[in-house]
Every structure is written in C-alpha cells, then in structure tokens.
Ligand binder design. Structure first.
Ligand SMILES: Cc1ncc(COP(=O)(O)OP(=O)(O)O)c(N)n1
Ligand code: 3NM
Ligand code: MG
Length: 209
C-alpha cells in the first residue's frame, strides 16, 4: 500500500478568526514559504460551500509548493476538492470509516489526548497521531487539560505511528515537544495570528530543529 508522503515537522492548522482580515491563502502561502510542511484547513463555523471554496483556494497555493492539504473533520469537503487527507478526533467520524471513504492513498490523522486511546489505533488505518494539548491553549475552547511530560513520552514510545504535538506551541517553547520525542509540531495561533507568518514559520522550524 502506498500512502501519500507527508512531513510533520511544521504542521500549520488554520483558523480564519486569527488571520487579522488577511486572505487565508496568503497566510498559508507565506507560512509554507517559511517552512510549514503540512497544512490543515480547520474552520468550525464556515458552511459547506464556503469550506469547499476555501479548500480549493488553498490547494491552488499548496499544489505548486508540493505541500499536502488535510481537511479537519470533513470527509465530504476533502472528497469534493480532492484534498490529500482528513484529520479526525476521538468523537468525529471513525478513522476506519474515513480510510474506507478516502481510499488507501489518503493521509488520515487522529487526535490522541490520553494513553488509553492508543489501544484502538490501527496503524493500517491511521497515518499519524496529533498528541495534545502539549501546553494550554486558548484556540480550542473544548481542549483537554495539557498533558504532562511523562504522559507524552509514554504516548510517543507506545505509538507505532509518527506523532505531532499540538496546543500552545510557539517559537519560545517548541524545544520541549522536540525533547519529548514528538516528530513534529502543529500550530494555529503562532502562525495564523503572526504579523509575519513566514517569519513565524521560520522561527518555529529553527526552534524545533
Ligand atoms: C494535528 C491535529 N491534532 C489534533 C487536532 C484536534 O482534533 P479534534 O480533537 O478532532 O478537535 P478539532 O480540531 O476538530 O476541534 C487537530 N485538529 N489537528
Ligand atoms: C486544534 C487543536 N487541537 C488540540 C488538541 O489538543 O487536540 S489543541 C488545538 C488548538 C491549538 O491551537 P494553538 O496552536 O493556537 O494553541
Ligand atoms: Mg475534530
């Protein structure tokens, strides 16, 4: 089975509320040019038509740059635009269903917020795990309490999949997820809200390296 290649080093998760009125595709293009390696379209408020239009605009800037686009939660939107994958959480569509609908080549990501959730993860279905929150975050209202270091280390050690840390990560603290063994960092506000998203991405890459 050949899966689409992806790089978790710096995973940009978008939030239209944080981009200060700038076009989302301009923020994403700058971030990718600064070093973002994977992009997730995450918008909890847009209607389906708007999400599809936004996803198509993001693909226009990502395809020439060779960076995959993952859609948060919405398999229908991913299918509609031919996106590269979908990220789901524990209460979303089951990962096995996402895999069945998207096919063997798609990127399927799954959130893990507790060690106990690892038992149900099938590496034949899921490509990577989003582990968090690593730090407290104001971006996701229903985020769990931050994980302690020992728990993150155990999740990383027990996982048979690549892991990306998420939640409250910025250039000033990105060394810690690295030290805990995570394969990459996923950020929302540290790039979307930055005055210069390209510079923010460069700083995050340097801090995690
Ligand atoms: C890379 C990554 N990790 C975790 C999440 C969170 O997903 P989920 O738990 O489904 O929460 P929502 O993002 O849907 O609010 C993520 N989106 N990306
Ligand atoms: C989308 C998301 N998922 C999380 C999880 O813990 O699963 S935390 C989060 C928001 C991360 O935003 P920021 O980088 O601005 O803190
Ligand atoms: Mg979700």
């Amino acid at each position: 089975m050949t899966r689409r290649p992806f790089d978790l080093s710096l995973y940009l998760v978008t939030d239209p509320a944080l981009v200060r009125g700038r076009p989302l595709e301009a923020v994403v293009a700058a971030a990718v040019d600064g070093g973002a390696t994977l992009v997730q379209l995450r918008d909890k408020t847009a209607d389906t038509g708007a999400l599809i239009a936004t996803a198509a605009r993001l693909l226009d800037v990502l395809r020439p740059r060779g960076v995959p686009l993952v859609i948060n939660d919405r398999v229908d939107v991913a299918l509609a635009v031919g996106a590269d994958g979908v990220h789901v959480g524990q209460s979303d569509m089951p990962a096995a269903t996402v895999r069945r609908l998207l096919g063997e080549h798609a990127i399927v990501g799954l959130s893990v917020t507790r060690e106990a959730e690892l038992a149900a993860v099938d590496p034949a279905v899921v490509d990577y795990l989003g582990v968090g929150p690593v730090f407290a975050t104001a971006t996701k209202a229903d985020a769990a309490a931050p994980l302690d270091d020992a728990t993150i280390r155990r999740i990383v050690a027990a996982s048979r999949l690549p892991t990306v840390g998420i939640g409250g990560i910025h250039a000033g603290n990105a060394g810690r997820p690295r030290a805990l063994g995570l394969d990459g960092i996923a950020v929302v506000s540290a790039v979307c809200a930055a005055a210069d998203p390209g510079a923010a991405a460069r700083s995050l890459r340097a801090a995690f390296a």
